[in-house]
Design a protein around this ligand. Structure first.
Ligand code: BG6
Length: 475
């Protein structure tokens, strides 16, 4: 469905995220006809260049990051693109930007810049009369470094924009398979009656990466896996897995339920945390080399055992883990159901509970591990098999398309905040994360070392073994 005409101002337009994800994403929406022909994209950054030079930069980025583009469509798309040089922290350029905007179309200001610039840009948009009551402002993560800084960011944005105008991106919410989690839970009657502590033994949420800090070492070393991934992406996955059914699929109905999950998170005990840092090996630099900080105690891996203090999930551990330079790139949510209460097959070994695996990326799909009779005449034996549904096979489409950013930017134009974090949600997540980080800093904990290409440190395995459970294998 095409969206209404809009002017989108992209601050940080020459930056990596804009060139790699946001602009190619907008191109794709244009190619499929969702972006109206009279939409305008105004790139903005401090560099002094003209619109032609900016268009050339986009052409080069498309060749690198989205080489399947159609040349004639790209030409038409670039006709909609211009550039205005603006000093985000000074006064230069703002009146030129004002002149580039049209009066009667949706306005979106996308801040693909560091959080230290959020409040200043919001303030100048207001001061120079660029923001209208219907304008939207979009901000990227990291949304703060801790609760205090997140509150300050919220205050800075809310001084100029109303909450319904503020779009805080967590790109995981734009992933098709993450949205599918809500469809799976709330559009089927099969799972929801079992979705509680009576039937579920535990849940494992894994976001494993093979990449490392990819040129963002100075940011990452100040953050670590807890701030970079858990506070936002993993908490969001946890919310969608654990939340109560919202009364409707509408922004505040969904976000109200997510906030309740975050607020129900119990503090995490030190023994339920395993932090790791990948080591140097075989001539390959380790984490400390990649961030250029030999004394770093920042974690590139973390595993946590987490409890929700609420009726539905009492006593059900949620095990979260994420890390860099692991064996495979693999994100999934695995829901382990309890073993059957009684076996009528006493001589066939232990029965295993069912496992529902929602594969988020890659090989997007759903797997349900079930127990069946081993076919054949050799007595009554049981084995585990997987009912395996891959989105690519079942639907004939790549489930990862469209890219998360494409979906989210179009939602901004539509004015749909369902897949964006509300301010109180971001704060609640920090309120849970802060004492955990404070705890290991006060104790002076060092992360354990792990091999590159492994599943993380031994400590993460132990965290599970102690409970008589095992992680699902990565890769
Ligand atoms: C980002 C993190 O938010 O998500 C990165 O800052 C991480 O460190 C990335 O690599 C992972 O995203 P995806 O979409 O590749 O799973």
């Amino acid at each position: 469905i095409p969206v209404n005409p809009f002017d989108l101002v992209l601050f940080g337009a020459t930056g990596d995220l804009a060139q790699r994800k946001i602009l190619p994403g907008l191109y794709h929406r244009f190619e499929v006809g969702q972006m109206p022909e009279d939409a305008c994209i105004i790139g903005s950054a401090r560099s002094d260049m003209d619109s032609d030079a900016f268009r050339d930069q986009i052409r080069a980025s498309m060749a690198e990051f989205a080489p399947e583009f159609k040349k004639d469509v790209l030409d038409r798309f670039l006709d909609r693109v211009s550039y205005v040089s603006v000093d985000a922290s000074g006064d230069a350029g703002w009146s030129d930007l004002a002149k580039a905007l049209r009066p009667d179309v949706v306005r979106a200001f996308y801040l693909s810049v560091g959080p230290s610039l959020f409040s200043g840009i919001a303030h100048r948009l207001n001061e120079h009369g660029l923001a209208t009551p219907d304008s939207r402002i979009v901000v990227e993560k990291p949304f703060g470094h801790d609760l205090a800084s997140a509150k300050a960011l919220n205050e800075g944005l809310r001084a100029c924009f109303k909450e319904h105008q503020i779009y805080r991106i967590d790109h995981y919410l734009g992933k098709e398979t993450v949205q599918n989690l809500m469809a799976l839970r709330f559009a089927n009657s099969l799972f929801e009656p079992l979705w509680n502590s009576t039937h579920i033994d535990h849940v494992q949420i894994t976001v494993a990466e093979t990449v490392s800090v990819e040129g963002r070492g100075s940011y990452y070393d100040q953050s670590g896996a807890m701030r970079d991934m858990v506070q936002n992406h993993l908490v969001q996955l946890l919310c969608l897995t654990a939340m109560e059914p919202p009364s409707k699929f509408a922004p505040n109905a969904v976000r109200d339920e997510k906030v309740k999950v975050i607020e129900a998170l119990d503090p995490v005990e030190p023994k339920d945390i395993a932090r790791g840092q990948y080591r140097a090996e075989h001539g390959q630099g380790g984490y400390v080399d990649h961030v250029g900080n030999p004394a770093s105690r920042t974690e590139s891996f973390i595993a946590l055992k987490v409890h929700l203090g609420n009726w539905r999930w009492a006593g059900v551990p949620f095990y979260l883990r994420t890390g860099k330079r692991l064996r495979a790139r693999e994100s999934e949510i695995a829901v382990f159901f309890r073993d059957p209460p009684h076996t009528i097959f006493p001589n066939v070994g232990p029965l295993h509970g069912n496992v529902l695996v929602i594969r988020l990326q890659p090989d997007e799909g759903i797997i349900l591990r079930t127990t069946i009779k081993d076919p054949g005449p050799g007595g009554f034996r049981l084995s585990d098999v997987a009912l395996d549904m891959s989105f690519a096979d079942a639907l004939g489409v790549e489930a990862s398309a469209p890219d998360a950013y494409e979906r989210l930017v179009m939602d901004v134009i539509r004015g749909d905040q369902t897949l964006f974090m509300r301010g109180d949600e971001a704060e609640a997540a920090w309120a849970w994360v802060d004492p955990i980080i404070q705890g290991w800093e006060d104790r002076g904990d060092r992360p354990a070392r792990y091999d590159q290409g492994s599943s993380g440190p031994e400590e993460a395995l132990m965290l599970m073994h102690r409970d008589g459970r095992r992680w699902r294998q990565i890769g």
